[in-house]
Design a protein around this ligand. Structure first.
Ligand code: ZN
Length: 452
């Protein structure tokens, strides 16, 4: 019997057609990675998994491909050199972040390699590409110069140590300092975010490996004069505007000048007595305030500032800074400044270290003017108005800085008595800041000022 040849129905054709298309698509799907930026290779001994960043800029894309390509070749070389046992499986993989910042695009690459041992080895590399000027840039291109990088490092030190404290990680301060040394390579991974400059330090840069990646964010308010103005996402302060409490210094131009300075306060009786009597002698003075006392004497502090007196820092707890670790020094200084700034709304720029003890590193960290003294009344010892007054009167000279403490009424009475006499001798009583301006001095943060 002749078998009747079965013809495919229309439905059948359609069905096979669809199946054929599906098979083709599935094989295409597996033959070609769905994303050409992805690369995967697996052999008996190793796995390579690479995801290349999506980058709109061709140059930047080339840099990243080159870097990853080099690392990959090195990895394969290494693996081939290693004695491979059957169960050994080595790995190479990548990760990345891309940051778009106005004209600059940054890419942060992380290459992870496992070639035995306790953990992956991580290598970080960042590229920042200035699309407008077609060139690679580094953090230095965003800063006000090399010195700015050093200052950035000092602030970063504080934030890294704070990170350590917050996470109970107990970082070694010397290792943190070494990892933050003033070189662009130590600041490869940064991003200008809405609320501050983010810095990321890969494992092992500032701390032991297990602490992982350390990420900090420095508010823009702290970066004035360090980061170029166009990258600071804050309004520029009008430097020409004169604080409301500033006196007209012309009236003191031809006078001999004395700066009375009062440490360890504020206090109720003594500080307020002084403030109430300054106008009699057209006097303004400088207070080196203890951060730990600010909360209890807010009004006195505010009043002193509003009158036109200068407020400086005498640190938080009156500790000998030379005996503290760098981080503790920074806490002493920064906590005081932050507290006072909340009340008088101005940056604290003048520092009198307790006992006059300070060194170059502390100065660098504080970035403040160090004001010491040349007339030490030893008021705390004598607690005698006449002794204090006579000492000041007989040692007075133009540019003198007098050390007193506004904890004792006798100190205030002695100071006022000295003013009474010295006014007749042609002296004017000014703050440290006024004295510097009248004398045309530009103070710097490296020096110790005993007189001006
Ligand atoms: Zn003191």
């Amino acid at each position: 019997m002749k078998r009747k040849k079965r013809r495919l129905t229309k439905f059948g054709k359609l069905f096979f057609g669809i199946v054929f298309i599906c098979i083709c698509s599935i094989s295409l799907f597996f033959c070609f990675p769905k994303n050409h930026l992805y690369e995967k290779k697996e052999t008996k001994n190793y796995v390579i998994q690479i995801e290349y960043p999506h980058l709109s800029d061709k140059n930047l894309a080339n840099y990243t491909r080159e870097y990853i390509g080099d690392k990959k070749r090195q990895f394969i070389d290494n693996v081939q050199k290693l004695e491979l046992t059957n169960d050994a499986k080595y790995e190479f993989k990548t990760d990345y972040q891309v940051n778009e910042m106005d004209d600059t695009v940054g890419v942060h690459l992380q290459v992870y390699e496992y070639t035995g041992g306790a953990h992956y080895i991580r290598n970080d590399k960042s590229y920042y590409y200035d699309k407008k000027n077609n060139k690679l840039v580094t953090i230095l291109d965003f800063l006000e110069g090399e010195e700015a990088l050093e200052r950035l490092g000092n602030i970063a030190f504080y934030y890294v140590m704070q990170y350590s404290q917050k996470h109970n990680l107990d970082f070694n301060q010397d290792m943190v300092k070494a990892g933050l040394k003033s070189e662009p390579l130590n600041y490869e991974y940064f991003n200008f975010e809405e609320d501050g400059l983010k810095l990321v330090f890969p494992p092992y840069q500032v701390a032991y490996y297990a602490a992982g990646e350390v990420s900090i964010k420095i508010p823009y308010q702290e970066l004035g004069g360090i980061v170029k103005q166009q990258y600071l996402k804050i309004e520029k302060k009008d430097s020409v505007s004169v604080p409301k409490n500033m006196r007209d210094i012309k009236q003191f131009m031809n006078k001999k000048l004395i700066a009375f300075t009062f440490d360890d306060g504020p206090s109720n009786v003594a500080t307020n007595k002084l403030l109430d009597n300054l106008d009699k002698y057209q006097a303004r003075v400088t207070f080196f305030v203890l951060g730990s006392r600010v909360d209890n004497y807010k009004e006195t502090l505010k009043k002193a500032y509003d009158m036109g007196n200068l407020i400086g820092s005498h640190t938080y707890h009156h500790k000998d800074l030379l005996t503290l670790s760098s981080y503790d020094v920074m806490k002493e200084i920064r906590q005081t400044n932050d507290k006072m700034k909340q009340i008088i709304e101005t940056d604290i720029k003048y520092l009198r270290p307790p006992y006059g003890n300070i060194n170059a590193e502390i100065k660098e960290f504080s970035n403040m003017y160090t004001i010491l003294w040349d007339l030490d009344t030893e008021d705390w010892k004598y607690k005698d108005q006449n002794t204090i007054a006579n000492y000041i009167i007989s040692n007075a000279h133009d540019g003198a800085i007098v050390l007193l403490h506004d904890l004792y009424e006798t100190s205030v009475d002695g100071a006022l008595q000295a003013m009474e006499q010295l006014e007749k001798e042609g002296y004017a009583f000014v703050t440290i800041e006024e004295m510097a301006r009248i004398k045309g001095l530009t103070l710097n943060t490296e020096e110790n000022y005993y007189q001006l």
